[in-house]
Design a protein around this ligand. Structure first.
Ligand code: ADP
Length: 918
């Protein structure tokens, strides 16, 4: 199959076959015309040869029969006595008259048995001479010029002793007894070849009388032949069977002259190459001329050029064995044919060019509208609608363009429709997005509020726990309990943080924060956290690690703690008998981790939390990592939210690790995870965690006034107590308005400003205070419980000098105050390692606050104390608060401590305090 190149334009696909067809047709016509031309040449040349032969035959017939006619007439004249040789004058006149009638006859004569002879000859100049011998008078032949009356006017010469009876021609006729032709002979006096036709004459008794002879000159034949038109260079010649040239159409004479004598030539010796080669060809073909009995049409080559030849034997003239030869070179015809061919070629080329132009124009005519359609379709494909094609045509292409226009219009309409639909949909989506954003913002606000609401009271719990921790009057069990409160509070805080965390995870805001810490202490802490719980349930709790476990490491401590607490909580929660074990392993040959955020030195910690609990069915294991998924056991326990494992997995992944659960129902569960870690030195940990306890302000410093602005009374109280404890002058305000009033009169050096307050919030208050350059001197440190870091920018923008996130540690308060006011403290050094190992408080710490509290309590009546004890043991909040109100206002330490205990539901402590004071 013919393959059309895919890139070939339609224009050429249409035009090329058209042109090829035309070229093929023209080529075939040309080829056929060439063939026909050859046939025509053959035909034409044959006809020409036949025609020439016919004309030559005709001519010879006429020419050669004349002497016999003359002889015949004269024979009759002799018989009738009209021609009597004895009557010389009248015979001379008779023959003179006669010869003038036969223009082609140069000589007429008669000789008899007596030896008499008379002949009249036409001279080349047109005059006549008589040649007469009358034996009775003389044996000589007298030759006279005749005048225009046929009379002898001038004697020319005498030929001595001329006896006609000795002449060959005479004897030949006498011997044959019939009319004969003589051989061609040279007519010496004329330089011509001649031929004699003789007839024997008999008397009535059939007695031989003599011979009548009439001559012919062959030059007449040559003249005739040369007058014939045989193509451009064709020739005709007559050849005798001996090969002697009789006559030819060439300018050449058929004889040669030698010493004044002429001699016939052989045709193959002719100086004319055509005559010569033709004769040679005939001789080589037939050998003898006798062999040619019928007309032969032949062809042969001379120097590579074809020659057409026809040879015809001459019939009807006994004694004359002549052949008429006609030869015509092919090129005589080819000239015309060539001219024709040139014309044909020219016309063909012209036709091809015209056809090509027509083809291209036709192709254009067809393809141009297609190209226009194509362009329009491409534009539509690019989205340029409204393409209309205008073609003034009513044919199929016109119809196609109309259909195209309709189609494009329909497309445009449907496109516009769908565009409109898309636009509507986009608008709907934009609205939905806006709604989602609003909802998201609402969620953020909710989280921020929740954060505030949860963290603020938690801050008080932790704060008071820390204060209690300073209390030297507590016995070691109480100390431990206080520390347990502290740890639980912190755990609670981290739980709250984690709930906030999961919402941050969902919004992609969670991050990985590396800190250096003491892993051993960390594990001890965790152990302590679960020891009591486990013991309560009668479970054994075991933590195992090998000696190679590094003590100081770097990872996200908070997240690791959260994960371990989650897993151990579950283990303890779901196990009723047996053991809960934590195994920790360290490896340092793992391949480095690619994630940049994650420690990548190849150190890895492997954890296994194993229990002897109910186990988890295999088909439930994978679901447990989804938020809010619980197993049957989980749901029945009525505890938990189903968030723990989801958060754990997210955290582990964030730390660069992986988690896996293996469990056998009825045997127990083992949760395994590993995380990459950084190892670090003890210094790095100690410098970070080292905390010096502030005991008091260093001596020789000005008295600094600090205003605590906080709507949450316990928090406010805690701060006030803390600051008073070290020696600051402290004042308090419950909202922004009170703060401004106090600031105007009291001029604090520094304000600790809660940002969320009723009446006037911290932002507004700060703005107002900081509104004049003078007021810039007052340092304002914001206290915020917001879960979001973005809040920091807002706080600083409002004019705050710094901010402390809630819940805060004592240390950060001292550090920030020192940073802004340049104060210095007296510290009590605590060995950090010791602090981590033991939960015991430094016994050297004395608290003025506690002293004040104890003093105030001792001043209260026993009855009041007894009532308070009773109500506290009954957990009657209302009554306890009423009893607190009975305390005189100057015992503020007592009022605040008891109120805080009530608000924190620490009724047990109240009961203890009142019982011990008895
Ligand atoms: P929560 O404990 O708050 O319900 P988790 O995500 O920590 O949420 O656990 C999901 C559920 O997986 C649990 O409710 C419990 O059904 C199952 N589960 C987790 N740990 C254990 C375990 N050690 N033994 C048996 N079941 C467990």
């Amino acid at each position: 199959m013919l393959k059309i190149p895919p890139k070939l334009s339609i224009r050429w696909i249409v035009a090329i076959p058209f042109i090829v067809q035309i070229i093929l047709v023209v080529g075939i016509v040309e080829y056929l015309s060439m063939g026909n031309s050859q046939n025509s040449i053959n035909d034409l040349s044959l006809k020409l040869r036949q025609e020439v032969t016919r004309r030559v035959q005709q001519y010879l017939k006429n020419y050669l029969s004349t002497p016999f006619v003359v002889n015949g007439i004269n024979s009759n004249a002799i018989e009738s006595g009209a021609l009597d040789i004895q009557d010389v004058e009248s015979a001379q006149y008779y023959l003179w008259k006669q010869i003038q009638l036969f223009e082609s006859v140069p000589n007429i004569g008669f000789g008899n048995e007596k030896g008499d002879f008379i002949a009249i000859e036409r001279q080349e100049d047109g005059s006549y001479i008589s040649k007469i011998v009358i034996q009775s008078k003389s044996k000589n032949k007298n030759i006279h010029r005749l005048d225009n009356q046929g009379q002898q006017e001038e004697f020319i010469k005498t030929v001595l002793d001329f006896d006609v009876r000795r002449r060959k021609w005479y004897q030949a006729n006498k011997n044959s007894g019939e009319a004969t032709w003589s051989n061609v002979y040279a007519w010496v006096s004329r330089d011509q070849l001649a031929l004699n036709a003789g007839v024997p004459v008999y008397d009535k008794e059939d007695k031989f009388q003599g011979v009548l002879a009439t001559d012919l000159v062959l030059s007449y034949i040559s003249n005739f032949l040369s007058g014939l038109e045989i193509g451009q260079s064709g020739q005709v010649f007559i050849i005798e069977k001996s090969g002697q040239l009789i006559a030819s159409s060439t300018i050449e004479q058929p004889f040669i002259e030698n010493d004044g004598k002429i001699k016939p030539i052989q045709a193959n010796e002719s100086s004319d190459s055509l005559v010569k080669t033709s004769t040679e060809y005939l001789i080589s073909t037939f050998g003898e001329f006798d062999a040619i009995t019928t007309t032969q049409n032949l062809s042969f080559d001379i120097d590579g050029e074809s020659q057409y030849l026809q040879v015809t034997p001459l019939r009807g003239f006994p004694g004359l064995d002549w052949f008429i030869v006609i030869v015509v070179p092919e090129k005589d015809f080819m000239a015309v044919i060539d001219a024709n061919r040139r014309t044909t070629l020219l016309l063909s080329s012209f036709a091809v060019v015209i056809a090509a132009i027509l083809g291209i124009l036709t192709a254009r005519w067809i393809t141009n509208p297609i190209a226009v359609l194509n362009l329009a379709a491409k534009d539509i494909a690019k989205g340029d609608w409204g393409q209309t094609i205008r073609l003034n045509r009513d044919d199929e292409i016109g119809e196609l363009s109309q259909s195209f226009n309709q189609m494009s219009k329909q497309l445009e309409e449907s496109f516009l429709k769908s565009e409109k639909r898309v636009q509507e949909r986009t608008e709907e989506l934009a609205v939905a997005k806006k709604q989602a954003e609003v909802a998201n913002k609402a969620k953020s606000i909710f989280i921020a509020n929740m954060s505030h609401e949860l963290r603020t009271p938690l801050n008080a719990i932790l704060g008071f726990a820390q204060l209690l921790d300073r209390n030297t009057t507590l016995n070691s069990e109480q100390k431990q309990q206080v520390q347990s409160i502290n740890r639980s509070g912190e755990h609670l805080l981290s739980l709250i943080n984690d709930i906030l965390e999961i919402s941050k995870i969902e919004s992609g805001k969670i991050s990985f924060t590396v800190s250096n810490f003491d892993l051993h202490s960390f594990l001890n802490e965790v152990y302590n956290l679960f020891l009591l719980k486990a013991q309560k349930k009668g479970l054994q709790i075991n933590f195992f690690w090998l000696d190679n476990l590094p003590q100081y490491i770097g990872t996200d401590q908070g997240k690791l703690r959260q994960v371990l607490i989650n897993l151990l909580s579950n283990a303890v929660k779901f196990t009723t008998t047996g053991t809960v074990s934590l195994r920790v392993k360290f490896t340092d040959n793992e391949s480095p981790i690619q994630n940049n955020e994650i420690p990548s030195k190849g150190y890895m910690l492997w954890f296994e939390v194993e229990d002897t609990g109910p186990g988890i069915a295999a088909d439930e294991i994978n679901k447990l990592f989804l938020p809010f998924e619980q197993t049957e056991t989980g749901r029945n326990s009525g505890e938990g939210t189903g968030l723990g494992l989801a958060i754990s997995r997210k955290f582990i992944e964030l730390m660069g690790g992986e988690i896996e659960i293996k469990s056998i129902v009825g045997i127990g569960t083992c949760v395994m995870f590993h995380i990459p870690i950084e190892s670090c030195t003890s210094e790095a940990v100690i410098s970070q965690t080292s905390s010096k306890k502030v005991i008091a302000l260093a001596p020789d410093q000005p008295v600094y006034r600090i205003l605590v602005v906080e709507d949450h009374a316990p928090s406010r109280l805690f701060l006030k107590k803390l600051l008073c404890l070290v020696g600051f002058e402290v004042n308090e305000a419950r909202n922004g308005e009170e703060a401004i009033a106090c600031w105007q009169t009291w001029h604090p050096h520094l304000i600790l400003m809660d940002m969320r307050m009723p009446v006037m919030d911290g932002y507004e208050t700060t703005k107002r205070i900081k509104s004049t350059p003078k007021n810039q001197e007052t340092v304002i440190i914001a206290l915020t419980a917001s879960a979001f870091k973005e809040e920091k920018h807002k706080i600083l923008a409002a004019g705050c000098d710094d901010f402390i996130p809630k819940p805060f540690s004592e240390a950060i308060i001292w550090e920030k105050i020192a940073q802004h006011l340049g104060v210095s403290y007296i510290y009590e050094e605590i060995n950090n390692e010791e602090q981590l190992k033991t939960t015991q408080l430094d016994k050297g710490t004395n608290s003025t606050l506690e002293k004040e509290f104890t003093e105030s309590l001792s001043m209260m009546s026993s009855n009041w104390k007894a009532q308070l004890h009773d109500q506290a043991t009954q957990l009657n909040r209302k009554k306890v608060l009423q009893l607190i109100k009975q305390i005189p206002n100057d015992h503020c330490a007592l009022i605040e401590k008891l109120t805080t205990l009530v608000q924190n539901y620490q009724f047990e402590q109240i009961a203890q305090l009142t019982s011990s004071s008895d």
